[in-house]
Design a protein around this ligand. Structure first.
Ligand code: CTP
Ligand SMILES: C[C@](O)(CO)[C@H](O)COP(=O)(O)O
Length: 224
């Protein structure tokens, strides 16, 4: 199989409003380490030649450096300042990608992904141009509108995760598009340019730490 440079753009430029903590959630402690430590470790442990671009609010460059100093052998990481929205943070991170690569864009607050998922995304992106991890919907779904609601067939929907993984020649031109609030992830941006999106199996444990309960669940998952 073709081998490509591997770059993980880990976006941690948000304020964590829904978590309601004074410290942004990406720096909160999970099993004795900052959430972001676990996320970076997952990528650098998955491939020896992984390069990491870490996007954080400019005001938190200090704490971000402390996270990196927590590694026995600090990995090579490029620090980039966050943007107004997730889209703008990703765009800032992508400015550092100057050569052909497989680019993983991952939420800094999804610390529990496995090496197997990173490997699968890499291999599938090489084959299909992109790889987007998804899981099935477990709950019943209803569509609501101004006047009421109606049941929809959950078999027709998937829950979208990260790392959203792309050949750089697909991802970089897409992020030249003007911002649209419908761009909630990278797949929506790349799809807007006309590319087909290739779904791969995600992981139930690859949760996004969004609210306080998610931190409790992540802790329990780490404790096995
Ligand atoms: N301007 C932004 C907003 C979000 N993110 C990152 O995108 C990921 C997913 O976003 P979310 O969970 O919504 O994080 P926050 O925006 O921090 O949370 P909230 O919406 O509750 O404020 C997080 O790792 C977050 O740090 C980012 O890099 N830049
Ligand atoms: C990218 C994402 O994690 C995929 O599920 C999600 O869209 C991020 O959304 P948020 O509104 O920034 O939490």
């Amino acid at each position: 199989m073709e081998q490509r440079k591997k770059i993980a753009v880990i976006v941690a430029g948000g304020a964590g409003t829904r978590m309601g903590s004074a410290t942004p959630k990406q720096f909160l402690e999970l099993a004795g380490r900052p959430v972001l430590y676990h996320t970076i470790a997952a990528f650098v442990n998955a491939y020896a030649d992984m390069q990491v671009v870490l996007v954080v609010p400019e005001a938190h460059f200090g704490p971000a450096r402390q996270v990196l100093e927590g590694f026995a052998a600090p990995p090579p990481v490029t620090l980039v300042k966050g943007g107004e929205t997730r889209f703008h943070s990703v765009k800032n991170g992508l400015q550092t990608v100057q050569e052909k690569a497989v680019v993983f864009v991952h939420d800094g607050v999804r610390p529990l992904l496995s090496a197997a998922l990173i490997h699968s995304c890499y291999e599938q992106a090489l084959l299909h141009g992109n790889a987007i991890p998804v899981t099935d919907v477990k709950d019943s779904l209803r569509e609501v509108n101004g006047t009421g609601n109606k049941a929809v067939n959950r078999e027709q929907f998937r829950i979208i995760q990260t790392p959203q993984t792309f050949l750089s020649e697909q991802l970089l031109p897409a992020f030249e598009l003007p911002y649209d609030p419908l761009f909630t992830d990278e797949a929506t941006v790349v799809e807007r340019l006309g590319h087909r999106i290739h779904l791969v199996a995600g992981e139930e444990s690859n949760i996004k730490i969004t609210r306080p309960l998610d931190l409790v669940i992540a802790q329990a998952l780490l404790n096995g």
